[in-house]
Design a protein around this ligand. Structure first.
Ligand code: GUN
Length: 297
């Protein structure tokens, strides 16, 4: 291989946003403006950035955006009360609580409190179960974004060996579940590898499509990748960089410079999967608003 084709979330998301704009216009014509509420507890700087980006994208698309910022000392009971309030609000179609939560809160209890019909993160056990059985209401944003990158880049997934590196609830587990389903952008043979896997490189080398979400900078090196593989890097690691004005930079889980020489297609960090997460979150919110307005798709 002399160099891989780049798969850029920015390009892929543009196509999806253009479809969403049409659907939002149609909804507004029926008197419904899709609304997303985001709850942020505490002052984690990365979470603040993500929450701001979500609100900004809602506004750009002409959707309603409500951001609720609560202090790090908020009690779990107070948070649950705010969630219950939004669950009842007919003008809000999607609700998400930004993670991580302060350590005194029980994350599962908070996730379980979100109305499954408004759970645009697809974190509620009801929605995780429906995704697993192949009858999804929502799909989780980051794995759904990866799947759209594959589909819209014309990458065949049927019958191909997908190796997922990482087993988180947000990416690895749902990613594996989605790729093994029947249908477009799936029908794959799936293997999941993680920190306890023995001889992990011998498995990643078998991947036709390698999806990496392990949260370790430059974890995947060229010797772990088969010639011609498609490599999707979900990693977003902030690493020290004294040559940058910020003092840090974003690095993926893949050693891009060496792996790009071996892969047939690769997503970079930043600019790869990143823009897809918010895009798919917007798509879930529009879908929730359509369901509330009785639009059949
Ligand atoms: N924190 C990191 N990723 C996510 C996400 O997809 N949703 C929420 N709610 N919090 C996150």
């Amino acid at each position: 291989m002399t160099g891989a084709r780049l798969i850029l979330g920015k390009d892929v998301s543009e196509g999806i946003y253009s479809e969403l704009r049409d659907r939002i216009q149609a909804l507004k014509g029926k008197g419904t403006t899709p609304g997303l509420a985001v709850i942020l507890v505490g002052d984690d700087p990365a979470s603040q950035v993500y929450v701001r980006m979500k609100g900004k994208m809602c506004e750009e698309l002409g959707m309603r955006s409500v951001t609720i910022t609560l202090s790090a000392t908020t009690t779990q009971q107070e948070l649950l009360a705010r969630i219950a309030e939004i669950n009842r609000d007919p003008g809000i179609h999607g609700l998400l609580v930004q993670l991580p939560l302060p350590s005194h809160m029980d994350e599962d209890a908070v996730i379980n409190a979100v109305d499954p019909g408004k759970d645009v993160d697809c974190f509620h056990p009801v929605n995780v179960g429906r995704m697993l059985t192949g009858d999804p209401v929502f799909l989780p944003a980051t794995p759904a974004g990866v799947q759209q990158m594959l589909v819209r880049s014309g990458i065949e997934t049927s019958g191909r060996h997908v190796v997922v590196v990482g087993r988180s609830n947000i990416v690895g587990k749902p990613m594996a579940a989605m790729m093994m389903q029947k249908g477009e952008g799936a029908d794959s043979t799936v293997t999941v590898v993680h920190s306890r896997t023995k001889d992990l490189p011998s498995v990643t080398r078998q991947a036709d499509i390698l999806i990496v979400a392990i949260g370790k900078p430059r974890f995947v090196t060229a010797d772990m990748v088969k010639d011609g593989a498609v490599v999707i890097d979900v990693g977003t690691n902030r690493v020290d960089d004294h040559s940058s004005p910020k003092g840090s930079r974003l690095e993926g889980d893949v050693d891009f410079d060496s792996v790009k020489l071996k892969a047939s297609a690769i997503s970079p960090v930043p600019g790869g999967v990143g823009p897809m997460t918010i895009c798919m979150l917007m798509a879930n919110t529009v879908a929730a608003a359509e369901a509330a307005a009785g639009v059949i798709r």
